[in-house]
Each structure stands twice: as C-alpha cells, then as structure tokens.
Unconditional design. Sequence first.
Length: 255
Amino acid sequence: MNEQVQRLSHELRLYGIHANFERRAAEAAAHGQHPVEFLELLLEDERLCRKDRLGKSLSSRAKFRHLCDLEDWDASYDRGVTKAQIKELAALFFYRANTNLHILGKTGEGKTQLAIAIGRRLCQEGLSVAFLPLSLLFEEIQAHRSSGKLLGYLTKLAHTKVLILDDWGLRTYSHEEATHLVEILEARTKKGPVILTSQVNPKAWPKLFEDPAIAEAVTDRLQNPSTKIILKGGSYRERLQLPQQHSVANNATGH
C-alpha cells in the first residue's frame, strides 16, 4: 500500500506527501494516531513543501546579486540595527503597512546585504520581489523599449509585490530616467513598498534630478510613507578581511 500511495502522490505532484508518507505512516502506527490527525500532518507536509518550492522559485526570479538571510546578519557589534529591529524586519511589518524602507549608510556597511536578506524573507512568504540596481533598471528599460516590450516590463514591475532599488543616488539621473522613475513609482502606489539602498542623505535626493518638479514627485513618492534604517560601524567587508590579513602576516613572520 505504501508503494501505491507514493506512486500516486508523485503522479499528482504531491511531493510533500510523497517525501513524508512513509515516516508519517510509521509514526501513526506507533502512536495510534487518529486518521484525521494523520491526514492533517500529511497535508501540512505538503503545504510546507509547496511553500518552500515557491520561495526558492521567487528568490531565483528576483535575481538577487548574492544569497544571504536575516539569520546571517552579524550583530556582534553595533551596526545600527538592533536584534529587535531584525525581528521586526523578519516579521515584514513594513510590507504589511505598505511602507517604503530606506536602508542608508556608507560604502561597505551592509546595505545591499540587508536588502537582499529582507527580499529573500519576502520570497519565503510567497511574495514576489525584483532586485534592481539602478543602473540595471535603466538598462532593462532601454532593452525592453528596443524590443517593443517596454509597457509589459513596466506592468510587471508595477505588479511585483516589492521592488528593491539598489545603489540609489550614485549619479544624477537624466530627464528621461527620472520620468521613468515617476511612472514606476506612481504605478506602484498602494500596491507594494519599495526597498531602497543609498549612500546619499534623503535631503540631497532632489539634487539628483534636472527638473525640480520631477525631483519633488520622485522624492515624495519614495518618502511618503517610509521608514529608515541607518547603518553604521564602518565597512563590514574590511572587517571580514582583517582576520585574513592577520593570518597572512602571522604566516609571513612565522608566528
């Protein structure tokens, strides 16, 4: 009977049940479980399996620069984010409140790492994410315009649950680029938040644009409503390299 159930569950693509049926059946027999409890546990296995597969698929489609999770965030020193804030981020309160999230800080302090970790947490909850460095966003816009598919691309961005704009403000933006930003942000109004990483103080954002009216439109849509995380503690990349440098130095001196 076990073989028949596993064959049928595989044919029906019930992979969670397929992977766990034998173990659940043995547990049910050993503990005298009620059939309803046994079925409930199997269905929960299937639900978790589907959730995991969806999360991995969404994470892949998000095109994160690299993989990291909130559990990996190094809190061994003050980086501007408390453990309580990490828990709040993991609970996705900003998403449920439809509030934009600005992650600010100097080069190397972990802005992109934190944004990706939050993005992967969103994917784990079945929410679609698009990770886009600003330079890549404008390249994608040009490519889709050339292929006659720009409207479809902008529509896709509008319906993505969370948009991550990485490296905001590394340069100024042309009138055309600014216009596209307004269109994207306007289309996302009340549909889903934007996570933004930047080295630039929000007060200086208007200076990134040629047209004061467009500057006001973009910054207003990004800042209202929004919450800020300001990282500190210096370059995390440099901190990671210190043990390696000490090891090399010790080897060179024979210690």
